[in-house]
Design a protein around this ligand. Structure first.
Ligand code: L34
Length: 309
């Protein structure tokens, strides 16, 4: 039996029971984090401090990092945004990482991806001290996560776990199909859902671009995690009745009728798939919201030295 200490879902808060409502959950989690900050202040502790490095002008990255910084402000965390133009050299970026590693006031930091082509993302990721790697991208954190040891879990998979927990979605013995094998979503998600834990104990299949017959797998799935990066790729004919759909994709598609000239769609053909699903995450307002608050949860853990003492 799992007991939820302060994570009890108040189902009356969630209007449409078919929708895994990331926005409402994010509000709840931010409230909990704000309460934690108040408590830290009362006890004269150190305010959690997140730093983010943003390179270049990628429009989506700018939105995501802005959401992270704003969320810090909302809950009373300190945040530092370091912006560099796309022509920053790899060595300059490495110097910034080295500085952040040494800065005692900063509990954790991230380097927003993707980076420009001339910068080696792996080299940068490896340079971040695992103790401050609140993105959980460093192989030390990935390895610890894979072995079920205390680790920073990447924000998107961690957010999905949080969503599954708070909606009391059953994963034990379920057929989970993860579509996508990235280091930051697909692979960690597969490992976590197969672990002997809750949420976990699922039978996991990881599908990717070389999967012979994707539909054969997705049609069997009780839970689908779609992290492909292709708009509306998962269609209604590919899923069974009652499936739980977690849509990680955030794709901008041209839409002259929209104010900004584009709209956001997931990797799932939402309307048709929703009609068959027992639960589904919307885009926007689903997984992306949890990605942001997960990073804040990791930052609180960093400031409390919960993972690395
Ligand atoms: N280093 N790079 C690093 N860490 C990360 O955790 C990320 N990720 C992914 C891209 N690169 C990264 C993010 O921050 C994806 N991601 C992210 C963050 C926030 C949102 C989506 C993805 C988000 O706020 N989504 C909103 C809509 C945003 C919009 O309007 O465009 C939502 O409701 O889904």
């Amino acid at each position: 039996m799992i007991t939820f200490v302060h994570f009890e879902v108040k189902t009356e808060n969630y209007q449409d029971m078919n929708i895994l409502d990331g926005r409402t959950l994010a509000v709840d989690i931010r409230r909990e984090l704000a309460e934690a900050v108040v408590e830290i202040k009362e006890n004269g502790g150190k305010i959690p401090h997140l730093a983010a490095v943003l390179v270049g002008e990628d429009p989506a990255s700018q939105v995501y990092v802005r959401n992270k910084v704003r969320s810090c402000e909302k809950i009373g965390f300190k945040s530092t945004l370091i912006r560099k133009t796309a022509d920053v050299t790899e060595d300059q970026l490495m110097a910034i990482v080295a500085e952040l590693n040494e800065d005692d006031d900063i509990d954790g930091f991230i380097v927003q991806l993707p980076l420009p082509d001339h910068i080696d993302e792996k080299r940068v990721t490896l340079a971040i001290r695992p103790e401050k790697d609140v993105d959980g991208f460093h192989p030390v954190n990935f390895g610890r996560m894979a072995q079920g040891l205390p680790a920073y879990i990447p924000a998107t998979p961690n957010g999905i776990l949080e969503m599954i927990k708070r909606y009391h979605i059953d994963t034990a013995g379920k057929e989970v199909v993860v579509v996508g094998r990235s280091n930051i979503v697909g692979m960690p998600m597969g490992i976590l859902l197969a672990q002997k834990a809750y949420p976990g104990n699922a039978t996991v299949t990881i599908c990717h671009s070389r999967t012979a017959d994707l539909s054969e797998h997705t049609r069997r799935a009780d839970i689908i995690v779609a992290a492909i990066g292709r708009p509306e790729f998962i269609t209604a004919d590919m899923v069974k009745e009652g499936v739980v759909v977690i849509d990680v994709g955030i794709n901008r598609v041209d839409d002259p009728s929209a104010e900004r000239g584009y709209r956001l769609v997931g990797d799932v053909d939402y309307n048709d798939v929703a009609a068959k699903a027992s639960w589904i995450t919307p885009v926007p307002g689903g997984v992306g919201q949890l990605t942001v608050v997960s990073l804040l949860m990791n930052t609180l853990k960093a400031s409390r030295k919960e993972i690395y003492s």
